[in-house]
Design a protein around this ligand. Structure first.
Ligand SMILES: [Zn+2]
Length: 481
């Protein structure tokens, strides 16, 4: 960023993004919400994400609170560098080493990936974000495209020679999954540039089945410790669908049950275990499963089939996670991996509720985790529009003339801009359509059009949409008390 534009920006009165997602602002405030807002004010100073700080050589420094950042900006000692994630740049260079060092922790998921920055020594989550993927949209739009193309081939019945080798390369992932790897890596790259990161911790597997099958590899502590209990229970719950295997009861305490009773030589191995409610467990007692379910052959068959399903199937390392892990190791920092069961155990021990960013913060934690932010940045993958020149009907015929999406070179749909109104006030919002006049949706208020003259860029459209995860009251109370 050029110095002139920095200077100009630092003169703008700075205010940090609103705490509530823009969409929810126009809703009527109920008494519960009002009460909640009051509570929120109590803790607001210590529970927002910390702000990234760079020196004038763009070296990442110790992160600071929003309050301090505001002071630095108002006294012109720093300028706004980036809005999402909020970053300021100091106007001098700093020699000292930034302390404390942070660990970047990632909990990859199919819909959301939680990312958290944690002070390693105190295990404190100081910054968090949730990355919302768009895998489903990608796969459905590719299916739509392929069906149009296939239809076209059917009409044109002449033989057409194969034009390229469609054999999948090793390491190939479907575009919807590759997208998850790519966007996560993009964000790791971005964050590494902004914060003093020493290591990356990554939840590589859900259950460490190898440890489960062969507990001796970790020594006596693992065999008898709490961790094995957690891992085993979680793996069983997942494998047997979180219900009683004999009566399908859900949402009740489930007991670990030996399919072949121990008294008849059944082992403690994973594939001899299932889950049942207390009543069924008592009823079955030490009967063999064939006797117990002789009146219900369908269920008997299902259980036997489920039991046979190879553990390797459950243990098969999720291909996306494997690829992500391999990509993370190309960065110049240490990478640790851990299992989901360990994460969950640490989260429960730390008395923290379930959320993607909290799970991320608990990955690879060595002691109880302290939560210092409950306002994670929500980043939705939006894509960059499409490159289609012609819209077509369902038969694949052109429907209307091509109209270019981006008419103006300087503005683009999705840019966040500040518009100066005629009465002197200014509003923040997002460009909906960039033409001769900008169609603009302010964060507060109704859609309007403006001349592009009176606008300033805040954050250029980069394929992501930013907001803040709506604050959970339960979460809030945990922090207040
Ligand atoms: Zn039951």
């Amino acid at each position: 960023m050029r110095l002139a534009s920095l200077k100009r920006r630092s003169r703008m009165k700075t205010s940090f993004p609103t705490l509530v997602e823009p969409k929810t602002i126009n809703k009527p405030v109920s008494s519960v919400e009002a009460n909640f807002t009051q509570q929120w004010r109590l803790v607001t100073t210590m529970t927002t994400n910390l702000i990234f700080v760079l020196d004038n050589n763009r070296k990442p420094l110790t992160m600071c609170t929003a309050g301090l950042a505001r002071k630095l900006l108002d006294s012109q000692k720093a300028a706004m560098f980036k809005w999402y994630p909020a970053t300021i740049i100091l106007k001098k260079s700093v020699v000292e080493l930034p302390l404390p060092y942070l660990e970047l922790r990632i909990d990859p998921g199919s819909k959301f990936t939680g990312i958290a920055l944690v002070e390693i020594e105190t295990e404190t989550i100081v910054w968090a974000m949730e990355l919302e993927h768009r895998g489903l949209e990608i796969s459905s739009s590719l299916t739509a495209r392929s069906s149009v193309r296939k239809g076209r081939r059917n009409r044109n019945t002449r033989y057409r020679k194969e034009r390229q080798n469609h054999k999948k390369q090793p390491g190939w992932l479907p575009p919807s999954l590759q997208h998850r790897v790519d966007t996560t890596i993009t964000w790791v790259k971005r964050i590494i540039k902004l914060a003093p990161i020493k290591s990356i911790a990554f939840e590589r597997v859900k259950f460490d089945i190898q440890k489960l099958e062969n507990p001796s590899i970790e020594g006596i502590e693992y065999q008898q410790g709490t961790l094995q209990g957690y891992t085993l229970r979680e793996a069983l719950l997942e494998h047997w669908g979180r219900k009683c295997a004999y009566c399908d009861a859900i949402d009740i305490p489930l007991e670990i049950e030996h399919i072949r009773p121990k008294s008849k030589g059944g082992s403690d191995r994973f594939n001899n275990l299932t889950l049942s409610c207390h009543q069924c467990n008592q009823k079955k007692s030490n009967q063999s499963i064939d006797d117990f379910l002789k009146h219900d052959p369908v269920r008997l068959n299902d259980i036997k089939k489920n039991q046979k399903q190879s553990l390797r199937d459950a243990a098969a390392v999720n291909s996306t996670r494997k690829k992500l892990f391999d990509s993370l190791r190309t960065f110049n920092v240490l990478v640790y991996s851990s299992s989901g069961a360990e994460t969950k155990m640490m989260r429960i021990k730390s008395n923290l509720p379930k959320a993607h960013f909290i799970d991320a913060g608990c990955v690879n934690a060595s002691s109880l985790v302290i939560l210092k932010t409950i306002q994670p940045l929500r980043v939705k993958c939006n894509g960059h529009g499409n490159r289609q020149f012609m819209t077509m009907d369902k038969h694949g015929f052109p429907r209307k003339d091509y109209s270019p999406k981006h008419v103006r070179k300087d503005w683009k749909a999705g840019d966040i801009i500040k518009v100066k109104k005629k009465d002197g006030t200014s509003v923040l919002g997002r460009v909906k359509k960039a033409a001769k006049t900008l169609v603009f949706i302010p964060f507060r208020g109704k859609e309007t059009s403006f001349s592009p003259k009176n606008t300033k860029p805040i954050h250029r459209s980069d394929g992501y949409r930013y907001s803040f995860t709506i604050i959970d009251t339960e979460l809030l109370q945990k922090i207040v008390t």
